[in-house]
Design a protein around this ligand. Sequence first.
Ligand code: WT7
Length: 632
Amino acid sequence: MSTNSSVGYNEEYARSVAETEKYWQEAGKRIDWIRPYSKADGSSYAGNVQIKWYEDGTLNVANNCVDRHARVRPDAPAIIWVADSEGESLVISYEDLRKNVNRFANVLRMQGVKKGDRVTLYMPMIPKAAYAMLACARIGAVHSVVFAGFSAESLANRIVDAESHFIITADEGRRGGKRIPLKETVDEALRIARMDAKVLVVKHTGGDVSFSERRDVWLHDVWGTVGTECESEEMSAEDPFFILYTSGSTGKPKGLVHTTGGYLVYASMTHERIFAYQPGEVYWCTADIGWITGHSYLVYGPLANGATTLMFEGVPNQPTPKRIWDIVDEWNVSVLYTAPTLIRSLMAAGDRWLEGTSRKSLRMLGTVGEPINPEAWRWYYEKVGDSRCPIADTWWQTETGGVLITPLPDTAPLKPGAAMKPFFGIIPDIVDENGESVPQGTQGRLLIRRSWPGQARTIHGDHARFMETYFSAVPGAYLTGDGAHRDVDGDYWIIGRVDDVVNVSGHRFGTAEIESALVAHPAVAEAAVIGVPHPIKGQSLFCFVILRDGYQDDEGLIAQLKQQVRADIGAIAVPDDVVCVPGLPKTRSGKIMRRILRKLVAREDDLGDVSTLVDPRIIEEIKTALSLNRQV
Ligand code: WT7
């Protein structure tokens, strides 16, 4: 793998950035429009930041993801659902999908949901979750899917922020043999939110849940009362399609708004081009529908392409690390798209779990969510793919809607740990603190110079925050929040976040968010949170807290503080370490120097410049506290 064979890519990339408008006008034809567009790019990063694509075109996402395939290949499998419990599965054809989505859409209409209404989904990974998403798309309702691992408090915040009066949930979910209370959490969230809402409940496990005759509706009670035909709403390309919440470096999670036309063009095109998807292949993305990966590369991209998408309810390494390979073999999976954290945990479990599995069906592998360390990359390449399958290390974000930097099928040589090439039409750059482009090999802040169809349009209800967060640091460019460098071949390497966002197992948390969860506890006067390297999770959360007078630093209190974060945000955000300290390293202006905290946790001797510290003695006190920390 030493010659550069990316001629096809180079030529097409050059064309895509030289004649962008023409390129995207052409690309837009991959989906069916009701009224064709006359123009592709209507975006401007200047002034008020307006992002618009295919603006005068109209379409319906469900028609594109379901009906147009059901018409020509009604029996082709659309979704292969694999249950948490082994041996249980379901194959849903495009015609089955069409009927189910239409019924679901009719139910929503019957319940009074209208175009533009925000519908919150708090769902397990079951086909009805996909039906619900597509049903919203069919009637033009804006879905806001909340990952079912978030707490009632987080769910409440998202329901309130989205002004959502309609919730879809299930009695319970199932993961790794455990039952996840969903309806109960929704009940609690609505108590916290004090919002008047209707709740549509899917019976999944049959578990015993409370039911309010006034507010709740069982899906099975209304399912039979509606038909399988449902007229779809003609949507403008720029009508909001969905809201998805993600954490930033400051404040509460932001509801990124994606719109209808450009998003679908971009999700479907990247899915097809990056994975070289061939009709008839089984494609498996392990992401949950609660994240953008689940939206773009489990549901919308693959289905828009008429693909067979595998949806797994459980945890890929449970009950044993062999489960994932058994599923690959049983369903002849051609493309596997997953997260580095899972690869690292499978690698740590040992190669013996691969023994006796074939994996011959695999043609291509993908990773997403966090940087992949070269060791894990090689294991994935050599052991899982038997050195046959290229790996697409895809870099992107909730905000980008689809992949922006990735190898393409003709990219060679692949470099373990590099995200490699910009996708067609994408113009990345790396700049220093002053916004000046840096030379090759120098690390800097990654930004994107021009819009693309899949880009988020705004933050729900707060366009000023959208402009401030992404477009103010370097005028005229989209700031990603990641650090990166470009090597001598012009290939991109992503370092990770350079803002106060921590990536734990591919999940984003703002340090400020965790800090406010901690200070909400009566014992905590002040908190500072950092991300520290973790062998499996990539990063873990390390918290420093200053206790109020009268509180004792003991195991019980530490457990309470962790529980506080669990209740406030969710189990996925529980910190690995909480350490009580007498003070925090601060500058004269009161800013916490997280850089010093990171070095102290890493036991580095050279702390760098500490001359701006108000009280340098605090360093020794923190060192002492760390040496007593037994949590690691
Ligand atoms: C952040 C975005 C994109 C879907 C899943 C995460 C990190 C993502 C990579 C990669 C290095 C990556 C970045 C980014 N990230 N993919 N291939 N290599 N880092 O979406 O929750 O919006 O998080 O994930 O730091 O900013 P998200």
